[in-house]
Design a protein around this ligand. Sequence first.
Ligand code: HEM
Length: 410
Amino acid sequence: MDLAAAVASLLSPKASMDPYPAYAALRSAGPIVGTGSTYFVSGYDAADSILRDPAMGTYDSRQLDEHFDDWRENLGVKLFVDSMLRQNPPNHTRMRRLASGVFTARRVARLRDVIVEQVDEVLDELEGSGRDGVADVVAHLAYPLPIAVICALLGVPPEDRGQFRRLAEALTTVLEVRFTQAQATAAHAAAQELTAYFESLIALRRQEPRDDLVTALAAAHDSGGDKLTADELMGNLALLLVAGFETTTNLLGNGVQLLIERPAQAARLRADPDLAPAFVEEILRYDSPVQLTERFAGEDTVVAGLPVPAGSELIIFLGAANRDPARFRDPDRFDPDRAGNAPLSFGAGAHYCLGAPLARLEAQVALPALLRRFPQITAAGEPGRRDRLTLRGWATQPVTLGSRDTASVD
Ligand code: HEM
C-alpha cells in the first residue's frame, strides 16, 4: 500500500475493520508525513513529543471559528468544545485543576468495592442473558460495567443508566475525523437529551447534595468567580460520563476478544490475576480503545526532522504509535510480558486521560473475574466491529460461556 492509499484507507469507513496495515504503510513513509496542511503521525516518539508540546493546541472554539461558521449550532460538537478536552491554556489549566480536585485518587480507590460488586452483578447478568448457551459480551458486560461505575462516581441513580449507551453512541460520532450529516443531526439530538437530563440532576443535587461529582462540580459553578461557567459545567459532565464509559467499554471488549483468541494467555491470567496490570497494558497497546487524536500547530515547528508550519493540522494515530517497531520489539505480537510497556492509549502531556487509573482498575478486576467464572468461554461466531476508528471497539461479541466454575473466587 502506498502513502496515498494508506491515508485514503484511514479516512474511509473501512478503517474501522483493520487499520493496522494502513498504519504500517504510513509509518514506512516516516514517523510523520504531510499532505497539504495536514500531517499524519504514526511514530511513537513523534506522537509523544507532539502531545507534550505546549505549542501544539487542541481544537478549541477559537480554532473552530476560523474554519467553520456554524459549529455552535450542533450541540453535540459544542458540548465537547465546552469541556476540558477541547480547551487550551489558560482555560484548560483552570478546568483540569478543578476536575482533578474532585476526581481524586481517594475517590477512585473507594470505587474498587463498587467495581468488584458490579463485576459480580454483570457476570450474573451475562450468564442469565444466554440464549442456547450464547451471550453477548458487549451488551452484558462491556457496556453495563463501565456505565455503572461512572454513574456511581457522578452520582447518577441506577434507574437512569439504561439510556446512556444509546445517547453516547450517537454523541461520540462527532469525535471521529469524518462524520455524516445524519450522524451530526443524531449527535445534536442526543446532546439535547443528555443536557436536559443533567439539568434536572443538577437541580436535584443542589437541593440534596451528596458526595459525588455532579454535586461537587455544580458547587464549583455555584461558588461563582471564574471557576466554571454553566456551559463548561455541562460540557465537562457530558465528557466525564461519555468518555468514562464508551472508551472503557472498548477496552473490555477488545480485551475479551484478544483473550478468547489466545487460550494459553487466557489460562495464565485465569490462574494468576496478579498478571492483570501487565495484560491490561498490553491490551491497551495492542488494540487501543482510542485510536487517534488531533492537534494544530500553534507556531512553526519541526517534528522528527520535518518542518511543520503554524496552523497545520496533525492527526496523531495513537494506535499506530503503539505498534511502532522503533519503540516496541515485535509490535504485532500480543505479549503481556514485554518490559517497559508504555502505550500512548491514554495520550500524554496536559490532556493525559483523567480517568486512566479508573479504566485500568475496571479492566484489571473484570477480565480475570470473567475468566475465572467461565473457564471454558469461547467465541460463538464472528464478532461485529463498531463502524468507528477513533473509538475502536466491538458492537457485538457472541460467546459460549460454558459451565460455570462454582469454586471460582470472583
Ligand atoms: C480505556 C479507557 C480510556 C481511554 C483509552 C481513554 C483515552 C483518553 C485519551 C487518549 C485522552 C486524551 C485525548 C487528547 O489528548 O486529545 C483522554 C482524555 C480524557 N479522558 Fe479518557 N480514556 C479512557 C477512560 C476514561 C475514563 C474512565 C474517564 C473518566 C472517568 C476519562 C476521562 C477523560 C477526560 C476528562 C479527558 C480529558 C482530559 C483533558 O483534556 O485534560 N477517560 N482519554
